[in-house]
Design a protein around this ligand. Structure first.
Ligand code: FAD
Ligand code: 2HG
Ligand code: ZN
Length: 491
């Protein structure tokens, strides 16, 4: 796979090209060599490559300069200088985004947050963590874990993604059902505007109704109005009792029934309800070689997690739920993890899907919100459409290898993934814009949790009306009048 070129997008001639003088300024400002990758004065193609290409190796550009500031003040000076010199920039965290938003399109300067990685404070009474934007999600969770708390977001890329990137994408993840979205958990932000203004809105208060809530605009803005440099976030107590069960089911209707029962019977202790279709689990099995949790094969699987404070009480609830769903034939078979190792290994069957797919070649990803009754129908319709067009098959002459569906059933969020041997226009045109029309007809969203980036730039109109798009453009112009922040992306 090679990073895509963008024949349909032209480089904006308003932006300057990075010169040796520009690099000299940044070198003086940042001081150390490790703070900068300089492809202007020397050939640094190999060192720049990981910053130029996205996680899927689908999108990429040709930056010649990566900057790794350590403080908000440094970010402020960088942005002010870029703004004055019309140098376009791309904010980048862990570069795990799945919509091509975190990499340059042409020669934009990458401003990477990896060196802004300090935990600033943790209040053991309130559970409020204040940390730099470049702290890795897993590190933040381990830190609050030492004090008996949990970071309220968890996702498969936790070992690489940054909390600033999570905020910038408004990542949803595996436990949103229980802990809610970052729009609720983030209490404050520190961010830098293109003109160098540092917005200090790093409140640690739970309640603060004193005018416009600026932080909300940065949550999910995907780096288009400023750079998040610090995050203050409310962490819930870590559950003392966590249980995970994994089920095989005969139909999507049975999965819906199981979800209704789980909500009704497990209510306050339910912390995740995840859906996986048979094909997605087959792909994880082939890629990892692991023994599946259940003996038989089923068209659908689901993973249920409970998190509570009393092991006996939770187990009693879960066992009576298991008895009920097995007894009523809602689920065909199931297994309950007996210890932490088994909990982790069951989760890998869900969390490992994205990575297992990535070993097969390319993946067209559609991260969508659809009302539950029709959620899985999209996968069936897409599979039928691609089959009718003669695009799906087992041998190498067919471009499509598999059409799979999985996702956060508890949030009505489906991940439709089309696994291809190569990214081709033929396959892309067979899916888009058909898939977006399908979603718009059901009043769904074309991006539930990954954002728009460059992948969905052309399709925002399927989920936002003209008035909303106009308001977004007005805000963009207000915050970033020179348009230097993450250009060519969705706005
Ligand atoms: P990047 O990829 O570096 O950047 C993402 C966007 O945010 C870009 O537009 C970038 O310009 C901008 N940005 C980054 N940092 C900043 C900053 N400090 N200030 C301003 N803008 C910034 N997403 C989910 O929602 N739920 C999931 O369950 C989930 N699981 C995933 C599993 C895997 C295996 C992978 C590879 C990705 C997954 N993602 C998921 C997608 C991704 O959105 C998240 O991994 C994460 O939120 C991105 O963080 P990052 O630090 O890697 O950001
Ligand atoms: C997940 O839920 C992530 O596993 C990634 O959001 C989904 O790869 C995808 O499409
Ligand atoms: Zn997801």
């Amino acid at each position: 796979l090679t990073a895509a070129a963008y024949p349909q997008i032209k480089r904006d001639p308003r932006f300057a090209e990075v010169t040796k003088e520009h690099v000299q300024y940044f070198k003086q400002l940042l001081g150390t060599d490790s703070a900068l990758i300089d492809g202007v004065n020397a050939d640094a193609t190999d060192d720049l490559a990981p910053f130029n290409s996205d996680w899927m190796r689908k999108y990429g550009g040709q930056t010649r300069l990566v900057l790794r500031p350590q403080t908000a003040e440094e970010v402020s000076k960088i942005l002010k200088y870029c703004n004055e010199n019309k140098l376009a920039v791309v904010p980048q965290g862990g570069n795990t985004g799945l919509v091509g938003g975190s990499v340059p399109v042409f020669d934009e300067i990458v401003i990477n947050t990896a060196r802004m990685n300090k935990i600033r404070s943790f209040d053991q009474e309130s559970g409020v963590l204040v940390a730099d934007a470049g702290v890795i999600l897993e590190v933040a969770d381990a830190h609050v874990g030492e004090h008996g708390y949990l970071f309220p977001l968890d996702l498969g890329a936790k070992g690489s993604c940054h909390i600033g990137g999570n905020v910038a994408t408004n990542a949803g993840g595996l436990r949103l059902l229980r802990y809610g979205s970052l729009h609720g958990n983030v209490l404050g932000l520190e961010a830098v505007l293109p003109d160098g203004t540092i917005i200090d809105s790093l409140s640690t208060l739970r309640k603060n109704n004193t005018g416009y809530d600026f932080k909300q605009l940065f949550i999910g803005a995907e780096g288009t109005i400023g750079i998040v440099t610090g995050v203050s976030i409310l962490c819930p107590p870590r559950a003392k009792a966590v249980n995970v069960a994994y089920f095989g089911l005969e139909s999507y209707e049975q999965v819906r029934k199981a979800f209704r029962e789980a909500k009704g019977q497990l209510s306050e202790i339910l912390s995740a309800f995840e859906l996986m279709d048979g094909r997605s689990q087959g792909i994880v099995r082939e890629s990892t070689g692991n023994k599946p949790p259940l003996e038989g094969e089923y068209p659908f699987y689901c993973l249920i997690e409970t998190s509570g404070s009393n092991t006996e009480h939770d187990l009693a609830k879960l066992e009576s739920f298991l008895e009920h769903v097995l007894g009523e034939g809602i689920v065909a078979d199931g297994v309950l993890a007996q210890d932490e190792t088994q909990i982790q290994s069951l989760w890998r069957w869900r969390e490992g899907i994205t990575e297992s797919l990535s070993h097969l070649g390319g993946t067209y990803k559609y991260d969508v919100s659809i009302p539950l009754p029709e959620l899985y129908q999209l996968v069936e319709d897409c599979k039928n459409r691609l089959t009718e067009k003669g695009l799906v098959g087992d041998d190498d002459s067919f471009p499509v290898r598999a059409v799979v569906g999985y996702g956060h059933m508890g949030d009505s969020n489906l991940h439709l993934n089309v696994s291809v041997r190569q990214y081709t226009k033929e396959v892309e045109k067979a899916i888009e814009p058909w898939v977006y029309e399908w979603i718009a007809k059901r009043n769904g969203s074309i991006s539930a949790e990954h954002g728009l980036g460059i992948a969905k730039k052309e399709f925002i109109g399927y989920s936002q009306n003209d008035t909303n798009i106009k308001l977004m453009k007005q805000l963009k112009n207000l915050y970033d009048p020179n348009g230097i922040m993450n250009p060519y992306k969705y706005i």
